[in-house]
Design a protein around this ligand. Structure first.
Ligand code: NDP
Length: 236
């Protein structure tokens, strides 16, 4: 495994992003995380950035480049939900989720590509969700933002595949984090029943797949959607 590469994970202060950063640290990579608040795990460089703000991302990348080197592995993980049924969903609820989850991925990938193209090496890993392709009542905004990442990764694969850059999507199912803890208990129990594995996943289980996609073993995988969902989406 190449362990001297620099990784940047957005939203690495908690949840799935934090577990991903921890995994890369334990695999020996040089790891930076962006955080709006708090800090990344031990062994990481924390830089301040909001994915809705290109200037803050640019400054964060410059700091990482100066302190750790060129970012060759990018995990676009930062994301939000604003769940409500379609008829109650305001344009602001829609725009905020799409602007963070899809727009944020666009901004951070665009900034990262400069260095990847120069290096003729890159791993772009977008954290989507099973609901992107499965659909979910009350999540028109969120599911739209997450399914769009599939077209994003595949288009990027076609644009940059010949330059040593892979672009893939990880689609977690229900994972134990603050995001799912917010769901009412009855909703959580209902979802649990629908998952063939019979349980929620752990952030570390998403982290393992993400680390594998960044490794040399996954050099010939691009434009793929890798589910980590206990069978909920049956491969989608
Ligand atoms: P959390 O709510 O636990 O963490 C979200 C992270 O995103 C936080 O670090 C948060 O930072 C960051 N973030 C949110 N908005 C912004 C922003 N504008 N700029 C910078 N950072 C931001 O979520 P999870 O860990 O559960 O989710 C991580 C990713 O995985 C998300 O993309 C989510 O959609 C996806 N996912 C999660 C699933 C789950 O079951 N948990 C299932 C499928 C996908 P801060 O602490 O500052 O708010």
């Amino acid at each position: 495994m190449s362990t001297d590469r620099v990784v940047l994970v957005t939203g690495g202060n908690r949840g799935i992003g934090r577990a991903i950063a921890e995994r890369f640290v334990s695999d020996g990579y040089r790891v930076a995380v962006t955080a709006r608040s708090g800090e990344g795990p031990e062994g990481t460089l924390t830089v301040r950035a909001d994915v809705t703000d290109s200037a803050s991302l640019d400054a964060a990348f410059t700091e990482v480049e100066e302190k750790l080197g060129n970012v060759e592995i990018l995990v676009a993980n930062a994301g939000i939900t604003k769940d409500t049924l379609m008829l109650r969903m305001s344009e602001d609820d829609f725009d905020a989720v799409v602007n963070t989850n899809l727009g944020g991925s666009f901004r951070v990938v665009k900034r990262a590509l400069k260095g990847m193209i120069r290096a003729r090496f890159g791993r772009v890993i977008l954290i989507s969700s099973v609901v992107g392709l499965y659909g979910s009542a009350g999540q028109v905004n969120y599911a739209s933002s997450k399914s769009a990442l599939v077209g994003f990764a595949r288009s990027l694969t076609r644009e940059l595949g010949a330059r040593g850059i892979t672009s893939n999507v990880v689609a977690p199912g229900f994972i134990e984090t603050d995001m799912t803890a917010e769901l009412p208990e009855a909703t959580q129990a209902e979802y649990r029943k629908a998952i063939p594995a019979g349980r929620y996943g752990k952030p570390e289980e998403v982290a393992g797949v993400t680390a594998w996609l960044a490794s040399d073993d996954a050099a010939y995988i691009s434009g793929a959607v890798i589910p980590v969902d206990g069978g909920l989406g049956m491969g989608h």
